[in-house]
Design a protein around this ligand. Structure first.
Ligand code: PEP
Ligand code: CO
Length: 450
């Protein structure tokens, strides 16, 4: 294999990269980025890797979630607090349902670049570059918005830093009170046919927290500091290269722009630029795998990305769709097993379940999402592997983007509060209900009620 460097990807074909009209301005922006301090540290990254190694062995469970695409204009106290709140509350429900420590990883503080199916969009005979996320261009169908602007790379980095700064402060101080169910918005429960069961689960979680507090003679928030890690799709390679650094007293190179970068389904060709970039960084990495992935391809990817079988290195995030998971997943589990590597298996039940309504609105059905999660647990159990994580696109707010759930959101509700510019997300209530259903599924698989 050739020598790796943070720029060796430039010798390979790179998919999903924007075309900048002025390459010198791009170089200047990248040079500026490369001089800025990092967002995260190598020891945080190593801590996450060792926790993921435990998830691969069934001792922890990964909860990864956040927006499909973050927006610069939603870098606000309310949006960040609500997202953190729902992730924290979901993680608490999962802790009690799964009886395992949860690793919390946000799709935030850098999730600004999106793969698109076409380089251009045409409206009324006018063609402009497609919107590729706020890191690259703007969403309005105007030339000034859509022409890729290198200054957005700096703004993206700064906005990630503002987001992460606020997250770190919230996590350090007081935020853990949200562990208490009296802070949860549970009105939706009454609207569900499972109301009684949900209520019982919440009461039992509540009792356990009080019990823990009495034992430790302190508030649950003080018992253990909560950790949040960051992740994003490492898609824009010049940006990722600029935040790839060496640190004193450690070998190799780290992407210090996020803890857990992931490789998207559309950019994971073995000979492509993205795989070349990812193979050389020391971070734990995620790889999205879907119906197009073959066992042979996955075997090669595992060899290239984890040649040393490093614990915690690889998280395979499968996203098949409710109708395809049962047949599609087993051959890939067999391939990973045959490779001898200990990977973390994580289910993304969102990206294989996207559909368009008759009115042309992108949505996902709650029942298909939970259906894919439940089947994933079953398939892994049958195959003797362990489902060690879950990956959601969600919002902490009351958006109406996915249909179904306890309140029975219908297609007619979608226009009311549809904010995503890309994929539809679960809202606060749907996310919490999802966590309750996962906890219930795991408890029943283990022959107990919670
Ligand atoms: C995503 O996670 O938003 C995404 C584009 O996923 P995938 O690469 O799995 O389609
Ligand atoms: Co998405």
């Amino acid at each position: 294999m050739n020598e790796w460097s943070p720029s060796s990807w430039r010798q390979r074909p790179a998919r999903q990269q924007p075309t900048y009209p002025d390459p010198d301005r791009l170089d200047r922006a990248i040079g500026e980025l490369a001089d800025l301090p990092p967002l995260v540290t190598s020891w945080e990254i190593e801590r996450l890797k060792s926790q993921l190694a435990e998830a691969a062995e069934g001792r922890r469970f990964l909860l990864q979630g956040g927006a499909c695409a973050e927006r610069f204009d939603q870098c606000s106290a309310a949006v960040i607090t609500n997202k953190l709140k729902v992730l924290l509350q979901m993680s608490l429900v999962l802790t009690f349902g799964l009886k395992r420590k949860i690793i919390r990883v946000g799709r935030f503080a850098g999730q600004y670049a999106k793969p698109r199916s076409s380089d251009t969009e045409t409206r009324d005979g006018v063609s402009l570059p497609s919107y590729r996320g706020d890191l690259i261009n703007g969403p309005d169908f105007t030339e000034s918005d859509r022409i890729p602007d290198p200054d957005r790379l700096i703004r993206g980095y700064q906005t990630s830093s503002l987001t992460l700064n606020f997250i770190r402060s919230l996590v350090e101080g007081g935020f853990a009170d949200l562990r208490h169910p009296e802070y949860w918005d549970l009105d939706f429960v009454e609207h569900s046919p499972r109301a009684k069961e949900y209520q019982r689960m919440v009461e039992s979680i509540s009792d356990s927290i009080r019990f823990m507090e009495i034992l430790a003679d302190s508030k649950a928030g003080e018992i253990s500091r909560v950790d949040f890690f960051t992740s994003h799709e490492g898609l824009h390679l010049p940006y990722e290269q600029a935040v790839t650094r060496q640190v004193p007293r450690r070998k190799g190179w780290y992407n210090l722009g996020t803890h857990l970068p992931w490789l998207g389904m559309r950019t994971c060709e073995i000979d492509g630029a993205h795989v070349e970039y990812y193979r050389g960084i020391r971070n734990p990495i995620g790889v999205k795998i879907g119906p197009a992935m073959t066992p042979e391809w996955l075997t090669e990817l595992i060899e290239v990305l984890d040649p040393d079988d490093e614990p915690g290195r690889l998280t395979l995030i499968h996203r098949f769709g409710c109708g395809k998971i049962a047949d599609g997943l087993p051959p890939l589990i067999r391939a990973a097993k045959a490779s001898g590597r200990r990977v973390v298996w994580c289910c993304d039940p969102m990206h294989g379940n996207t559909e368009t309504t008759s009115e042309g609105i992108k949505t996902r059905r709650f029942d298909n999402i939970i259906g894919e999660v439940e089947q994933s647990f079953d398939v892994h159990r049958e195959m003797g592997s362990y489902l060690g994580g879950i990956h959601f696109e969600l919002s902490g707010d009351n958006v109406t983007e996915c249909v179904g759930g306890a309140r029975g959101l219908a297609e007619a509700d979608l226009r009311r509060a549809y904010e995503s510019r890309v994929d539809p997300r679960l809202n606060y209530e749907q996310s919490l209900e999802m966590a309750l259903l996962i906890a219930r599924k795991m408890a029943s698989m283990n022959g107990r009620a919670i």
